[in-house]
Design a protein around this ligand. Sequence first.
Ligand code: UD1
Ligand code: UDP
Length: 373
Amino acid sequence: MKKKNLIIFGTRPEAIKMAPLVKAFLKNETFETKVCVTAQHREMLDQVLDFFEISPDYDLNLMKPGQNLYGLTAAIITGLQPVLEEFKPDYVYVHGDTTTTMGSSIAGFYSGAKICHVEAGLRTFNKLAPFPEEINRTITGHIADYHFAPTQTSFDNLRNEGIPKDNILITGNTVIDALFESVSRVDTIEDHEITQLKNELDFTKRIVLVTGHRRENHGQGFINICEALKKIGEVVENVQIVYPVHLNPKVQKPVYDILGEQKSIKLIAPLAYPAFVWLMNKCELVITDSGGVQEEAPSLGKPVLVMRDTTERPEAVDAGTVILVGTDKAKIVNETIDLMGNPERYGKMSKLHNPYGDGKACQRIVKFIENLD
Ligand code: UD1
Ligand code: UDP
């Protein structure tokens, strides 16, 4: 009898980081592997499924405009019941720290499957930042049977919470697997978004790439971020700020209200993963509050300013590949001006080693599961 895997994800970053694992398991004939998407995100998830050519076996199609945590959590748990009862997986794989992650690990546990947590052990030890992700990943960590920790720090966090060491494997982050697979493809594929970027952006300018969406930055945080970007657009000579704006209405409104008319700022729709990787490779600097982007950009030699006060990714700060600037307007502006005006500092930062892995995380996960009785 083949071991049965159910890989569950729902948002854009989970899809990017689980795509190489889906491929690795589908290639391995000792497993029967199925994919279930909650579709906590819709358009932004579908962009990833298209690029990696993944057709989910189950699609709960849950996203509602302006959804809230209560309804979404409940819908994920109840929506998964028939899927789990029909397929009866031995192993359920969840990723990271979203509502999909937490809800799916609870539902998978109820079904009797073993829970495998990919990107396990990240912690800030502050339950309000990131909100609600710190609690999502902590709950998932205590439900999970097997923990795939990206780094030694995340391994240590799990050990300190009493997780047995034989149930944890340090793998590197699967985001690097996805990036390495994609970066070689993006220069050769025909992609209408990349063509559009080539036509619409001015590559004689200094490109700063921005993303942002974190819930704890909604409200005043986003107002500060936008004010800072506006200032950077005014004072840094020859700059072009490119910002693919997350579809959350709580992000769209302040960003378009404050930055919609700025000459040096180009607001665009979220890019599909290949175009985003292509642009990341072409830019000079990344400013973001995203988890995934700060893990990827250093592999392309791009310094990252992280608009958060606290981080579950201290390895990047220690390695010097990212700088935490919070959502303080002056700090964002000053660090940007300093880094863009100081070629020596910039050059040093862009050459530092990325601590998030070697692109073989998925290989290690598959082997670990293969070796279980
Ligand atoms: C979610 C995750 C967050 C993750 C982020 C990645 C939770 C609580 N939050 O936050 O951990 O870092 O995704 O981007 O799990 N929307 C669309 N189309 C889409 C996606 C979103 O219209 O394809 C809009 C909808 O109005 C939706 C809203 O954005 O209701 C919020 O989506 P949601 O997944 O609840 O929150 P995110 O802020 O995206
Ligand atoms: N990304 C993308 N298109 C965009 C912006 C980001 O494909 O317009 C990718 C990016 O390469 C990274 C992931 O989305 O892999 C990060 O997602 P997000 O910032 O939404 O979530 P987080 O990582 O913070 O959970």
